[in-house]
Design a protein around this ligand. Structure first.
Ligand code: GDP
Length: 299
């Protein structure tokens, strides 16, 4: 928990630090206080829609005389955020199928490959047999990076040469996962899919292969978003949700950014479960997302 707290310290500063300044010397909470709070939450990337809703709830609680002082206000805010985060949070159940297929998507540089490596390490430590598929065939470096992770954690990697068809890699990976009795198949994909049509076409091809080769696959379509990109992460969530049947999301790089409010915005505005959060580059820095712990660490 202390590590999580340290990882989220900039977000703590941008939200709670500023709230504390706002409340300094205030005898009483009033409508103006809530207006200033609204500004803080929006600039902390909590999302306009979510913020407006939060403030509306707090206004009602203010009317009911539930917010006597700053502490009560902070407690109320904390509870309201936790409740919203808990609404959509469900953990990944990788024991639900075998092989359990996780299709990992997201634009370049958000931390896809690193997250796959961290996940592979986690599943390996639980004694599971893991197979990695290098579906990003556009950058040779991506497949190499995946192979480094595979060697490190003890997972086989299926890769083709640069420029080959991603769905052919996926096809081979499915065959290999079945033949080798893998428990988990993690599929990396290219992040250069800039237009929605392009993205949809590519996803359709990959999904068609998956559905045909492994019943029920993909069991998870996991979108990776870089929390440090703030509002860009929101637009990416929107694009990918429309184009790719996202079933879960991972927010990376929460360490070193003040924009941690984005976790709340993504979860609440898109109703997508946050599965994990990345709070560092190390292999242990991927945390299963726990709303209560997350909010506790920020406050
Ligand atoms: P990809 O292009 O989406 O596959 O992105 P990469 O996995 O190559 O990651 C891009 C960079 O982000 C690398 O330098 C990673 O070490 C770094 N990275 C990924 N996740 C995190 C995180 O949670 N925290 C920090 N600080 N860096 C991260």
């Amino acid at each position: 928990f202390e590590r999580l707290k340290r990882g989220l310290s900039k977000t703590h500063e941008s939200i709670v630090g500023r709230i504390d300044t706002l409340l300094l010397g205030k005898k009483q909470i009033d409508a103006d206080t809530l207006e200033e709070l609204e500004e803080i939450l929006i600039t902390a990337d909590m999302g306009v829609k979510t913020t407006v809703e939060l403030i509306r709830t707090l206004e009602q609680r203010l009317k009911r005389n539930e917010l006597q002082d700053g502490e009560a206000l902070k407690k109320a805010l904390k509870d309201e955020i936790t409740a919203r985060l808990s609404q959509h949070t469900t953990a990944l159940d990788v024991n639900a199928a075998s092989p359990y297929v996780i299709l990992v998507i997201g634009v370049n540089g958000v931390g896809k490959t690193t997250t796959i490596g961290k996940l592979a390490a986690k599943f390996r430590s639980e004694g599971k047999k893991v197979l990695l598929a290098a579906g990003d065939t556009f950058r040779a470096a991506a497949a190499e990076q995946l192979e480094v992770w595979g060697n490190r954690v003890g997972a086989d990697v299926v890769r083709h040469k640069e420029g080959s068809d991603p769905s052919a890699v996926v096809f081979d990976a499915c065959k290999a996962a079945l033949a080798r009795n893998s428990d988990i198949l993690l599929i990396d994909t290219a992040g250069r899919l800039h237009t929605k049509v392009n993205l949809m076409e590519e996803m359709k091809k990959i999904r068609r292969v998956l559905e045909r080769e492994i019943p029920g696959a993909p069991h998870e379509t996991m979108l990776i978003l870089d929390a440090a990109t703030g509002q860009n992460a929101i637009s990416q969530a929107k694009l990918f949700k429309e184009a790719a049947q996202v079933s879960g999301v991972v927010l990376t790089k929460l360490d070193g950014t003040a924009k941690g409010g984005i976790v709340v915005a993504v979860s609440h505005e898109f109703a997508i479960p946050v599965r994990y959060i990345g709070v560092g580059e190390g292999v242990d820095d991927l945390r299963e997302f726990d709303p209560l712990q997350f909010v506790e660490a920020i406050f």
